[in-house]
Design a binder for this molecule. Structure first.
Ligand code: ZN
Length: 289
């Protein structure tokens, strides 16, 4: 089980968030048979969307990253109850490590965008995006927050993958400057961040999300703590709704073909099968409507 916190550093006008999510990234890797670089990329996106979801009272947030690299589109979603899921277009993308690091930036590429959709329920949906600046995800997310949402932010995300491909560590933190932050606070935080090792190193030392923020700021007050888990929201009902959304004509063609429909969820690889009779039943609901 992973952990997500929202905390207030004592004496600072900053908002801070941190997450540890190895137990979210590892099942995603296993379910989707992710390559090491795909594991690192999706893991960073999952940690990133977890941080974005920390503020949610209700609803969900979707992070979409699409560059010109071989991994293709990355999707990660998180809701107000700490349920996370994510997927990448090309799970088997293979790139050699560079300086012992998995080249996430190369896998994601540039010439693309990072987009965030916040669905707060009650038809309140906010969508905003920014161009990719590095494909490394953390920098892109910080740039997005600073430019598109106009919240000056620092984001660090990290995933450590073992030799056998399994996830050893995953997590990250996000620091946001409040308008009333004083110059000396900003200088102090900048200096602290320069002296802060990579997230995976902090996690490997056994630091908790709170421990990471304390490492940077000293004492922090945890305002909210939430468990994060990998949990898919797909269901047979949703598959049926998607088929209905295709429209009457498409469904009639499927029935005429006489082949049952098999749909596999990209996130959790669950398979849903619908017989011809099921399709006919769906057609019935359309005619009635
Ligand atoms: Zn699913």
């Amino acid at each position: 089980m992973g952990k997500l916190i929202r905390a207030l550093p004592k004496g600072f006008n900053f908002r801070t968030f941190a997450v540890e999510c190895r137990d979210v990234v590892e099942p995603a890797r296993v379910l989707q048979d992710l390559s090491p670089v795909a594991t690192a990329a999706l893991g960073r996106a999952l940690a990133g969307v977890a941080l974005l979801s920390a503020d949610l009272k209700f609803g969900k947030v979707l992070l979409q990253i699409k560059g010109d690299g071989p991994i293709g589109e990355i999707l990660a979603e998180g809701d107000h109850e700490g349920r996370l899921r994510g997927t990448v277009h090309n799970p088997h993308v293979f790139l050699e490590p560079e300086n012992k690091k998995l080249p996430v930036g190369k896998a994601v590429g540039k010439n693309g965008f990072i987009s965030v959709v916040k669905d707060l329920g009650l038809k309140e949906i906010y969508q905003s995006s920014a161009e990719l600046i590095s494909g490394e995800i953390a920098e892109d997310l910080a740039y997005y927050l600073t430019v598109s949402e106009q919240i000056p932010s620092v984001v660090a995300l990290g995933v450590l993958v073992d030799r056998d491909g399994s996830v050893l560590q995953a997590g990250g933190y996000m620091i946001q400057k409040l308008p009333q932050a004083k110059e000396e606070e900003i200088v102090f935080v900048e200096e602290r961040l320069k002296a802060t090792p990579p997230t995976t190193e902090l996690l490997s030392k056994g630091l908790s999300p709170e421990g990471i923020l304390s490492f940077i700021f000293g004492e922090v007050e945890v305002l909210e703590e939430r468990e994060v888990v990998f949990r898919c929201t797909c269901s047979l009902e949703r598959v049926k709704n998607a088929l209905i959304a295709l429209g009457k004509k498409e469904l009639e063609e499927m029935v005429a073909k006489g082949e049952p429909v098999e749909a596999t969820c990209h996130f959790c690889r669950a398979t849903y099968k619908l017989s011809i009779d099921d399709l006919k039943e769906l057609l019935g609901t359309i005619s009635e409507g």
